[in-house]
Design a protein around this ligand. Structure first.
Ligand code: HEM
Length: 460
C-alpha cells in the first residue's frame, strides 16, 4: 500500500484541528505536504484525500461516472435533516433522475420571475432597520434570503402558518450551523452525552413540526393545483422524469428542505461578506456606486446581472472566503493516478475549494480583496470554483448569483451605510460551511440618490 503525504499525529488531533480551525489547518497541510495530502478524520476508516491544483480538481470533478463517482451515501450526515430522497444523498441513476426533476426551475429564463420578488423583499427588510443604529448585516441578509426561499421556493407568503414555518426553519438551520453539530460526524457517540442528547431531541421535534407544516402545504397545493403559479414547489410538482413520473410527497418535502438548506445560509453568508468588503474598502465602494449610478433610477435586473464590476466584486467575495470549503466527496471506482499517486478503488477524495482559491500561482496576493483580478483575466472553471463542478455542481448557482447582485445593487443604490467596527473579520467554520467569526455591524446613515438624478436636478 502506498504511503500518502499527510500529518502523522493521532487521528483525534487531526479531527480537532479540522473541526475548530479548518482553514488554517488546510493551509498548513498544503504548505507541508503539497498538492495532495491525506487526513485521518475517522480512526476506523481510511484517510480522506484533499487536492487543490486546478489539474487535480478537473481530474476529480470531470471524471464522475468514469474512474470516480460521487456517491450520495458519503453525504449521509445530511440525511437526518434532508431525508433519504434528497438529491444530495442519492447516487448514480437516482441522483441523475432527481437532478433532472429539480433543474428546470433553475434555468436562466425562469430566474427572471424571481427578480422583482428579490428586490421587493430586500426593500421591505432594509426599510425596517432603524437609521443610525448598528445592525448585523448577516442577520438582515439571512432574513432576506429566508423570505426569498419561503416565497420563491415554497410559494408561501404571509399568515400564521407562514410565520410558524419560517421561525421553525430558521431555528433548525441555526442549530445545524454550530461546530459541535459537526462533531457528531466524527464522534457519533457524542449524541448520547447528557445535555447534547437533549438538544438533539429538541432539534428532531422541531423538524417533525416543520415537516407537518410542509406536508400540509403540499397536500393543499395538490388539492387546488394552479399551474399558473411560478414558485419552485409548483414547478417541481409539474416536473416529470424520463418515464413520465412526478415526485411523490416525500420526495417533494426532501427537495424543498434541500433547496432551503443548501441555498439559504450559503447565499446569506456570501452577501454579508460582500457588504463587509464593500464597506471596508472605500475604493471598491466608490467604483461600484459609480457603476450602479450610471444605470439611472430603475435599472432592469438583466442589466444589473451583467455589470462587470459588480460581477467582479461578487466573484472576489466568493473567491477569498468561499462559503463551501470543499466539494462533496468523490470515490475512486477504478485505479487512477492523481498528482503522481496511484489511488486504489474506495479511496475518498475532496476538492479543497478554499485552497484552490488561495493559490499564489493563480491569485497573486491571495489574502488581498482585489476585484480587478476578475476584470484583468478569466479563470478556468477549475481555478475559480465556488459552486463545485461535474455531476454535483451547485444547482442554485444562477439563483445565488442573481440574489447576490440584485440585493447588493438595491441596497447600495438606495442607502448610504458605514461599517461600525474597523477590526478585521475572519472566516470560521459554521457547521459544514464557513462564515464570519463575528458580527459585521453596519449603520444606515442616509437615503442616497443616484448620482445621475442629482446631476439632472443640478442642471434644472
Ligand atoms: C453562494 C451560494 C452558494 C454556494 C457557494 C454553493 C456552493 C455549492 C457547492 C460547492 C456544492 C457542491 C458541488 C460539488 O460537490 O461539486 C453545492 C451543491 C448544491 N447546491 Fe449550492 N451553493 C450556493 C447556493 C445554492 C442555492 C441558492 C441553492 C438552491 C436554491 C443551492 C442548491 C444546491 C444543491 C441542491 C446542491 C447539491 C447538488 C447535487 O448533489 O447534485 N445552492 N453548492
Amino acid at each position: 500500500m502506498q504511503i500518502l503525504p499527510g500529518p502523522k499525529v493521532p487521528s483525534t488531533i487531526q479531527v480537532l484541528n479540522w473541526i475548530f480551525r479548518p482553514m488554517s489547518y488546510l493551509r498548513e497541510c498544503a504548505k507541508n505536504y503539497g498538492e495532495l495530502f491525506a487526513l485521518k478524520l475517522q480512526s476506523n476508516l481510511p484517510p480522506i484525500l484533499f487536492v487543490h491544483s486546478p489539474e487535480a480538481m478537473q481530474q476529480v470533478l470531470s471524471n464522475d461516472h468514469k474512474e470516480l463517482e460521487a456517491p450520495g451515501d458519503l453525504n449521509s450526515i445530511f440525511e437526518y435533516l434532508l431525508g433519504k430522497n434528497s438529491v444530495i444523498s442519492l447516487s448514480g441513476k437516482n441522483h441523475q433522475r432527481q437532478r433532472q426533476l429539480i433543474m428546470p426551475p433553475f434555468h436562466g429564463e425562469r430566474m427572471r420571475n424571481y427578480a422583482e420578488l428579490i428586490e421587493s423583499i430586500t426593500t421591505k427588510t432594509i426599510n425596517k432597520q432603524p437609521k443610525n443604529q448598528p445592525f448585523n448585516i448577516r442577520n438582515v441578509s439571512q432574513e432576506i434570503t429566508l423570505q426569498i426561499m419561503m416565497e420563491a421556493v415554497f410559494g408561501i407568503y404571509e399568515g400564521e402558518q407562514a410565520d410558524k414555518l419560517r421561525n421553525l426553519l430558521c431555528e433548525i438551520i441555526e442549530q445545524s450551523s454550530v461546530p459541535w453539530r459537526v462533531s457528531f460526524l466524527y464522534f457519533p457517540k457524542l449524541k448520547d452525552v447528557i445535555g447534547i442528547s437533549e438538544l438533539w431531541k429538541q432539534q428532531i421535534k422541531k423538524q417533525e413540526k416543520a415537516d407537518q407544516l410542509i406536508y400540509q402545504e403540499i397536500q393543499e397545493r395538490r388539492k387546488n393545483f394552479d399551474p399558473q403559479r411560478t414558485d419552485i414547489l409548483t414547478l417541481l410538482m409539474s416536473s416529470r422524469d424520463e418515464d413520465g413520473q412526478p415526485m411523490n410527497d416525500e420526495e417533494l418535502r426532501d427537495e424543498l428542505m434541500t433547496l432551503l438548506f443548501a441555498g439559504h445560509e450559503t447565499t446569506a453568508t456570501a452577501i454579508s461578506w460582500a457588504f463587509y468588503w464593500i464597506h471596508k474598502l472605500p475604493e471598491v465602494r466608490e467604483k461600484l456606486l459609480a457603476e450602479l449610478d450610471s444605470l439611472g433610477e430603475n435599472p432592469d435586473s438583466n442589466t444589473i446581472f451583467k455589470l462587470p464590476y459588480l460581477t467582479a466584486v461578487c466573484n472576489e467575495t466568493l473567491r477569498i472566503y468561499p462559503v463551501a470549503m470543499l466539494t462533496f466527496p468523490r470515490k475512486v471506482k477504478t485505479p487512477i493516478s492523481i498528482c503522481g499517486h496511484q489511488l486504489e478503488p474506495g479511496t475518498v477524495i475532496m476538492g479543497s475549494i478554499y485552497l484552490t482559491h488561495q493559490r499564489e500561482d493563480i491569485y497573486p496576493e491571495p489574502q488581498k480583496f482585489n476585484p480587478e483580478r476578475f476584470i484583468e483575466r478569466q479563470f478556468s472553471p477549475y481555478e475559480f470554483i465556488p459552486f463545485g463542478g461535474g455531476s454535483r455542481r451547485c444547482i442554485g448557482l444562477a439563483f445565488a448569483q442573481m440574489e447576490m447582485k440584485l440585493i447588493l445593487a438595491k441596497v447600495l443604490k438606495t442607502w448610504s451605510m458605514q461599517l461600525v467596527d474597523t477590526q478585521e473579520i475572519q472566516p470560521q467554520r459554521r457547521g459544514l460551511v464557513t462564515g464570519p467569526n463575528g458580527p459585521i455591524n453596519l449603520v444606515i446613515e442616509n437615503l442616497r440618490q443616484p448620482a445621475s438624478v442629482k446631476l439632472e436636478k443640478a442642471t434644472v
